[in-house]
Design a protein around this ligand. Structure first.
Ligand code: IPE
Ligand code: IPE
Ligand code: MG
Length: 234
């Protein structure tokens, strides 16, 4: 029985390529299966009453991959949004996106904008897609906007504190993640939500993302329940 549900779960969905390679299949097949696991994950979040789900779908560093793979990922994102938005809207899911979205292919931006518009105001679960996202560029984008406000005299340097700075991040509307899940066993953050995870509980599972099931999320939440969060206190 889940007693204390994290309000915000963030996921580094990793291991699609390894999942495919283990079966002798192309990496693209792993990404396709990964998209199915995303649907399962959203459904489980709804079931568990999680309020915010942030999914790391594509990092700014992922452009370094072969063009074919990048195209597959962008195509899958569009397809996912096109095929699933109506269902998400019907279930009370609000879709949001973070990252340098203006650098995405035009069709991707259009699908994202449509999904965001079609699900605006929904309250059950906010699903935030991190696309062309990196924690460092998020901080730089925030610092640039902040510096403009200071330069124009709207803000004094001594007014800048952690609360104010948080309001300049892509994530300003949402609480920090309570639980960060990474699949496929890698013990690193890979430039995800660097500012926001300062006191987030981490959970790394060896399961590859396409295999991450309803039960895996239930297990992660159960583990979260066993944690004692101290925030530096006693
Ligand atoms: C995660 O799976 C999906 C993205 C990073 C877009 P990977 O593609 O990183 O799969 P592995 O880590 O190579 O197995
Ligand atoms: C992190 O996975 C990015 C996403 C899940 C979108 P990567 O596979 O890109 O990270 P590294 O290269 O293992 O650090
Ligand atoms: Mg990976």
């Amino acid at each position: 029985m889940v007693s204390k549900t994290p309000r915000h779960v963030a996921v580094i969905m990793d291991g699609n390529g390894r999942w495919a390679r283990q079966r002798g299949w192309p990496r693209s097949r792993g990404h396709l299966e990964g998209a199915k696991a995303v649907r399962q994950c959203v459904e489980t979040c709804l079931e568990l009453g999680i309020e915010y789900l942030t999914l790391y779908a594509f990092s700014t560093e992922n452009w370094q991959r072969p063009k074919e793979e990048v195209d597959t990922l962008m195509g899958l994102l569009q397809r996912f949004l096109r095929d699933y938005t109506r269902d998400l809207a019907g279930r009370g899911v609000q879709v949001q996106a973070i990252g340098r979205l203006n650098e995405l292919p035009r069709e991707c931006q259009d699908q994202l904008e449509k999904a965001i518009a079609a699900t605006a105001g929904n309250k059950q679960l906010t699903t935030i897609l991190a696309v062309n996202y990196s924690g460092r560029t998020e901080i730089i984008d925030g610092v640039q906007r902040l510096a403009k406000e200071v330069a124009s005299g709207k803000l004094r340097p001594d007014e800048i504190d952690t609360d104010l700075f948080s309001r300049f991040l892509y994530t300003h509307e949402w609480p920090d993640p309570d639980l960060l899940i990474r699949t496929s066993g890698e013990m690193r953050i890979s430039n995800f939500l660097l500012w926001q995870v300062s006191y987030t509980e981490m959970y790394v599972t060896p399961k590859l993302w396409p295999d991450f099931s309803r039960q895996d999320l239930v297990d992660a939440v159960a583990e979260f329940n066993r944690r004692q969060r101290r925030y530096g206190g006693l």
